[in-house]
Design a binder for this molecule. Structure first.
Ligand code: FES
Length: 62
């Protein structure tokens, strides 16, 4: 993350995604965050963070 402007929307989207799909693929994560514009990044960090959160919620490590 850089400026953080997109962070609230990303977090809310990630919560809904992981509540409905606890093991999303990277493509599913990218589709889920499509409506959240980030002007600073290429979305790689967000996808990695959501995948890490999914692993943590399952009790695994990232
Ligand atoms: S980190 Fe700046 S808009 Fe996403």
């Amino acid at each position: 993350m850089q400026c953080g402007y997109c962070t609230p929307g990303m977090v809310m989207t990630a919560i809904e995604l992981l509540e409905t799909n606890p093991s999303p693929s990277d493509d599913e994560i990218r589709r889920a965050i499509t409506g959240n514009l980030c002007r600073c990044t290429g979305y790689t960090k967000q996808v990695t963070a959501i995948r890490s959160a999914a692993d943590a919620m399952k009790g695994g490590s990232s």
